[in-house]
Write a protein that binds this ligand. Structure first.
Ligand SMILES: Cc1cc2nc3c(=O)[nH]c(=O)nc-3n(C[C@H](O)[C@H](O)[C@H](O)COP(=O)(O)OP(=O)(O)OC[C@H]3O[C@@H](n4cnc5c(N)ncnc54)[C@H](O)[C@@H]3O)c2cc1C
Length: 554
């Protein structure tokens, strides 16, 4: 290992760190896994990454286990941001927000969303795919995972917004990936280069399996499983767009060094209808009713999350600043006083936007009237200020669970199931049956309008008894999710937790195409091994994290 560190130091300008505290800090993301890297590298520029990739490529025959795992903020829930060889830390030097051209944001991948957000807000814009973890994560992680969030109901996941990427590929060179017209593609296909060969092979793969590929697309508003082959080549429009393949590829095809991504307008006025459900009984029908009103966003969380949010609201003081914190806390206390300690089972947050406060209120009241027949309690928060504490809890819901519940770990493995919302009334009882059967103390939060649920059981993940539940629960849930036209990951991707289930979800034929994608771009398996098509359940199970504490998210 010392010789590896010495060699890497000769190759790159950025820091090469092999001390145990640094390696241990980088050994976890927000998943149930742990992989200690041999070395952590902080590349200073794209040239550093190019040299590193060339070095690994040259050394692969002698040292087959050498590999590179890109990592941004490390909030990945699937085990995508950890690796046991060279871990590439993108946040120290790849964090420049380069600017805005019309509504296209130009940025480096290690820029934090908490820095991008105020920059865009000042221009009346926002990211349409920002996740609930927007205070923690980076834009590179969003693209890496094909993330989505509250705005995805209208704007989709990252793959719908990414316009151009610079990527270091397996030959150690940087390439710009962007949509090509058929004419541009034809020109590219005739070139004699490493890049042209990739285009030829991907084009042939899709063209020869066109219907299979198009039919493989999950019938949901969002998906981050597999490789998004179905959106790359469209015979009707004649557009060939490989940004779709790289978005959501979890660093398994190359390292992204530069991003151009479309932003969307941020409404001047918005407000919430809060609908409190005493049980999940009418959830499906309520969701159908809400969706007929075309809300801007539609989120929700359960009583455990709500309770944690109220009890630990004080932990937001630093992030919010004292004045805002006090204002929000007072509003929250007043708002929940009516429950006298008995919180409702589910809180739905239905957001409407408009050009004026009156327009927002009118939209909220229309839905209010329509939902009255369910005899549920509802509150109107028709200003951004009144809505703010509820957004605060929703966006921090998993962190609250992680930070405030000790002795058990909020364990993501069925954390991102997404079904067509019209089937929710049937899906939810079947889901609850399995949760009860395996005695999973689960919390529910999520993007209800997309049928996207985050079920994150509190488990003794270190103990073999709870670990033994993972495989049978996955095996039983996948057919149910598929029956309702769904996917096991709407936005959290495959990583180590779902990679080995890709054949079960997509079938062997499509899985073989996914594997071919990996082979085309990375035949030496330089990039992020043990994830997606390269994952194996046994490898993942032998690298479950070694403690139930929250771990090491920056
Ligand atoms: C509290 C909490 C709430 C969350 N809520 C959501 C949510 O609402 N929606 C959602 O989608 N996700 C959510 N997540 C998961 C996660 O935060 C997101 O997927 C986020 O976008 C990951 O960003 P990151 O910067 O932490 O990336 P990382 O975790 O560091 O990396 C994510 C993946 O991208 C790859 N990657 C990173 N940088 C590059 C690069 N330069 N080139 C190539 N590949 C790269 C990594 O290898 C990894 O596979 C949540 C997580 C937490 C802890």
């Amino acid at each position: 290992m010392e010789s590896l560190v010495g060699e890497l130091k000769k190759q790159v300008k950025g820091a090469v760190l092999s001390d145990l505290p640094t390696r241990r800090r980088a050994s976890r993301d927000a998943s149930i896994y742990e992989l200690v890297p041999d070395v952590v590298v902080e590349p200073q520029d794209a040239a550093d990454i190019e040299k590193l990739v060339s070095f690994v490529s040259e050394q692969k025959k002698l040292y087959p286990k050498l590999s590179i795992t890109p990592r941004a903020a490390g909030t990945d829930m699937s085990g995508g941001a950890i690796g046991n060889s060279i871990l590439l830390e993108m946040t120290p030097h790849f964090n420049e927000i380069k600017g805005l051209k019309k509504n296209i944001l130009h940025t480096q991948p290690g820029a934090f969303v908490r820095d991008i957000d105020p920059f865009l807000t000042s221009k009346g814009l926002q990211l349409g795919c920002a996740p609930a973890s927007r205070e923690l994560c980076t834009i590179g992680g969003i693209v890496g995972n094909n993330s989505g969030g509250e705005q995805s109901l209208r704007y989709g996941n990252a793959d719908r917004s990414v316009r151009e990427l610079d990527v270091v590929l397996a030959d150690g060179n940087t390439y710009t990936i962007k949509p090509l017209t058929k004419k541009q593609l034809d020109k590219k296909l005739f070139e004699d280069s490493f890049e042209a060969n990739l285009y030829r092979r991907v084009f042939a793969l899709i063209e020869n399996n066109y219907d299979t590929v198009r039919n493989a697309r999950p019938h949901t508003n969002k998906n981050s499983m597999g490789y998004n082959l179905w959106d790359v080549w469209d015979r009707d429009t004649g557009i060939f767009d490989m940004t779709k393949l790289f978005t959501g590829s979890q660093g398994t095809l190359g390292v992204i060094t530069d991003i151009k991504i479309e932003t969307v307008p941020k409404a001047s006025h918005s407000g919430l209808l809060l609908a409190y459900l005493p049980s999940l009984k009418h959830l499906g029908e309520v969701i159908e009713t809400v969706m007929r009103h075309n809300p801007a966003t539609f989120e929700g969380f359960d009583d455990i999350t709500f309770n944690l949010g109220i009890r630990y609201f004080k932990t937001f003081r630093r992030q919010l600043g004292t004045r805002t914190y006090l204002r929000q806390q007072a509003h929250l206390v007043k708002s929940v006083a009516k429950f006298k300690g008995h919180l409702p089972n589910i809180l739905l947050m239905i957001e409407f936007e408009g050009e004026s406060p009156d327009e927002v209120l009118r939209k909220i009241e229309n839905l209010y009237d329509d939902l009255k027949r369910f005899k549920i309690r509802m509150d109107i928060e028709n200003t951004k200020e009144g809505s703010a504490p509820f957004w605060q809890i929703r966006r921090a819901s998993l962190s609250l669970l992680r930070n405030q519940v000790s002795g058990r770990y909020a364990s993501p493995f069925i954390d991102d199931m997404t079904v067509q919302p019209r089937y929710l009334a049937k899906f939810i009882p079947e889901l609850r049956k399995i949760i009860r059967k395996y005695k999973l103390p689960a919390t529910i939060q999520g993007h209800f309008g997309d049928g996207n649920f985050h079920i994150i059981p509190l488990m003794d993940i270190v103990g073999t008894k709870d670990q033994a539940k993972l495989e049978p629960v996955m095996r039983e849930l996948i057919p149910i999710v598929l029956k309702y036209g769904g996917t096991m990951a709407g936005e959290h991707n495959d990583g180590m937790v779902r990679g080995s289930w890709l054949p079960a979800v997509f079938g062997q034929e499509v899985y073989a195409l996914f594997r071919e994608v990996k082979e085309i771009f990375d035949s030496q398996y330089i990039f992020n091994p043990h994830k997606k098509t390269d994952a194996s359940w046994d490898f993942s199970m032998s690298h479950i994290r070694t403690s139930n504490d929250d771990g090491l998210i920056k």
